[in-house]
Design a protein around this ligand. Structure first.
Ligand SMILES: [Zn+2]
Length: 278
């Protein structure tokens, strides 16, 4: 057991080192006036990434983008630029990489790509931690990501793992954006996206039955964590929808079609043909 623990720690350290090294090719310049309390603060409207830089990063790491037609890629880039410009990115580390604001924003654009409203205006701040971090609300615990107040928090290590293994059904970026998108549409009092708001009750009805069904022995499509609350079930449904669409459709066809209508996109059809590989 002791040896196993050491192997795990070394394995994790190695993996983290590998990820960080692979990111070193594109460091983001330290902001002139943006450093406080050891964090780097980047107002998104000052980052001004060109279409070429955005495309370079996405093509390398974001399979969803590469599956789009060139016309859709233009639309994706246009949304991505506006999303980045509307946020402030706070990196809790001594250095940052341009992949951080680009890829985290891209996961929000992916989730809402079929919808009209995609900017999540309530969430002005995106906090990025190098690895797991401690959350204090509502209780003290170690987190890979969470949404709190008008802030989205993400562990960069866990975020990257989500995109390194695009078919394992786990993706912290999509998970946190699912929480944020729900909150934006139903808890802020602002007008929500019409498609999302009108279809969510169907997800609610269908999802609640599956939420209860999954608690019974022998059903394990969703994790135990997803069954701790319906909000977690929602967030994990989004992860499964994009990363294991065929398996989700086979296990729960009605949930799959409800989500395709809710998000106005179908990973098993165009543009997500890559996601058919399970
Ligand atoms: Zn969650």
């Amino acid at each position: 057991m002791f040896i196993f623990s050491i192997v795990c720690i070394v394995g994790i350290a190695f993996l983290t080192g590998r990820i960080i090294r692979s990111m070193q090719e594109s460091p983001i310049p330290v902001p002139e006036e943006g450093s406080k309390k050891g964090a780097l603060v980047y107002p998104g409207n000052e980052l001004s990434f060109t279409g070429t830089i955005l495309t370079e990063v996405l093509v390398k790491r974001f399979t969803y983008f590469t599956a789009l037609s060139s016309e859709e890629q233009e639309r994706f880039l246009s949304r991505l630029k506006k999303f980045i410009a509307s946020k402030t990115f706070i990196i809790h580390d001594s250095s940052g990489f341009r992949e951080m604001p680009i890829l985290i924003s891209a996961s929000a654009v992916q989730l809402s790509f079929g919808l009209k409203e995609y900017l999540l205006p309530f969430f002005r701040f995106i906090h990025i931690f190098p690895a797991e971090f401690v959350g204090v609300q509502p209780s003290i615990r170690v987190l890979a990501g969470n949404v709190s107040g008008n802030r989205i928090h993400v562990s960069w290590k866990h975020f990257l793992e989500g995109f390194q293994y695009p078919h394992d059904g786990e993706n912290v970026g999509l998970h946190e954006m699912a929480h944020a998108y729900y909150f934006q549409n139903f808890e802020t009092g602002a007008n929500g996206d019409p498609t999302f708001v009108s279809h969510f009750p169907s997800f609610n009805n269908c999802g609640n039955k599956i939420f209860e069904q999954e608690k019974l022995p022998g059903n394990d499509f969703f994790s135990e964590y997803a069954l701790t609350s319906f909000q977690e079930f929602w967030a994990e449904s989004i992860e499964r929808f994009f990363e294991k669409p065929a398996a989700l459709k086979a296990a729960y066809p009605q949930l799959y079609s409800t989500m395709a209508a809710l998000l106005n996109q179908d990973p098993l059809d165009h543009p997500g043909h890559l996601f058919q590989q399970q």
